[in-house]
Design a protein around this ligand. Structure first.
Ligand code: NAD
Ligand code: WQD
Length: 340
């Protein structure tokens, strides 16, 4: 069993990954500045797992804070979630994205090198493929130019990590390219807690269903897809969390830098999501069609064969579980973590 430093561990994907790590017997240290999360998520993780987390409030852009973490704790590997993730915001305040996601990552990698910790799992995104390849997207396809600054920060960090592993064979790095994470822990105790108006489809749907928003706007219905609405590869956050454990096990045995797609390989349209959500959960989600959203592609889904073959990972939860668990979390926590 290992001591794992989880940056951004209080967030949506990080908190679910903490549950899986603790359940697998690992010790977890979370380092998070809480800019998009609260400690309540970690308290709930502790209740769910009946295990303790060491929580350090800190910022990955602060070298001294990170150095202290590595000096004070024996760390075997790092899972790096910390960063900003709002695509639209990244177009308005690019420097904040370069600072948190790129400079923050460099600062973390310097602290790791200083402490001789070379095993890393990095949260990347399907956005690094750009928008020119047809789906299914494969890791053998060249990365493209993401059409927003958020995506660009992910590409820069991926490339930095590839160069790092080329220059120093001690590094062992997993680049996990997530597709569209949704769902929540089946207990409904932890889940996605967006601040303000959600940018992503699933939290928007659940907020309409609970009556917090009037209706869903479906961005475009003239795409070349099954029903004209955009198609994406939605992945249950618990399956995604599990992929981090598989990647960690793989990296603790091997060196170099390698990318894996983490998706189910199935695409669903916005309309299919809305209709299935209504059917499964027996709740209304009124909608209207509106204009296409700038930067969106018609279809994006994964070829996940490399992860299946090399990581021994398999997504276990289908669309119904994703939609049921998203709704369960929303119903139990109408105001997110703020209701407690
Ligand atoms: P999230 O915002 O819920 O979690 C990110 C966490 O990082 C938050 O707890 C936040 O407080 C923390 N953080 C941000 N900047 C920090 C800093 N400078 N120092 C310390 N902590 C900081 O987001 P998430 O959905 O859990 O995403 C986790 C990671 O996965 C991110 O890197 C994101 O870019 C990536 N990712 C997310 C998605 C998605 O759709 N959710 C898809 C692909 C990749
Ligand atoms: C899904 C589909 C929308 C909201 C984004 C980032 C990507 C990654 C995951 C971090 C699209 C449609 C959405 C709404 C809608 N994030 N939609 N009405 O755009 O595939 O990916 O999140 O790494 O980098 O770009 O996800 O959930 O925003 O949209 O019709 O109110 O739902 O047009 O077809 P996306 P999304």
């Amino acid at each position: 069993m290992a001591n794992i430093l989880v940056t951004g561990g209080a967030g949506f994907i990080g908190s679910h990954t903490c549950v899986e790590l603790l359940d697998a017997g690992h010790d977890v240290i979370v380092f998070d500045n809480l800019c998009n999360s609260s400690v309540e998520s970690l308290q709930r993780v502790e209740q769910l797992t009946q295990k303790n987390i060491i929580f350090i409030e800190g910022d990955i852009r602060k070298q001294q804070q990170l150095d202290e973490v590595f000096q004070q704790h024996q760390i075997d590997a790092v899972i790096h979630f910390a960063g900003l993730k709002a695509v639209g915001e990244s177009q308005k305040i690019p420097l904040a994205y370069f600072d948190n996601n790129v400079a923050g990552s460099t600062t973390l990698f310097k602290a790791m090198e200083k402490a001789q910790v070379f095993t890393l799992v990095f949260s990347s995104s399907a956005t690094v493929y750009g928008d020119t390849h047809p789906s299914p997207l494969k890791e053998t396809m060249p990365t493209g130019m993401p059409n927003n600054n958020y995506g660009y920060t992910k590409l820069i960090v991926e490339q930095m990590l590839e160069k790092l592993a080329e220059a120093d064979a001690r590094w062992s790095i997993a680049l996990l390219r997530y597709f569209n994470p949704v769902g929540a822990h089946e207990s409904g105790e932890i889940g996605e807690d967006p601040q303000g108006i959600p940018n992503n489809l699933m939290p928007y749907v659940t907020q309409v269903a609970i009556g917090k928003r009037e209706k869903l706007s479906i961005f475009g219905h003239d795409y070349d897809t099954v029903d004209g609405t955009g198609v994406r590869d939605y992945i249950h956050v618990v399956d995604l969390a599990d992929a981090h454990l598989c990647a960690l096990n793989n990296r603790l045995k091997d060196t170099g830098c390698r990318a894996w797609n983490i998706g189910t390989g199935n695409g669903f349209s916005v309309l299919q999501i809305r209709n299935t959500f209504q059917d499964i959960n027996q709740v209304d989600v009124p909608f209207e069609y509106s204009a296409r959203r700038e930067g969106d592609v018609a279809t994006c889904f994964a070829d996940n064969q490399r992860a299946l073959d090399e990581l021994g990972w398999q997504p276990k939860r289908g669309l119904k579980e994703m939609l049921k668990d998203s709704w369960n979390w929303q119903k139990k926590n109408p105001q997110g973590y703020r209701s407690t």
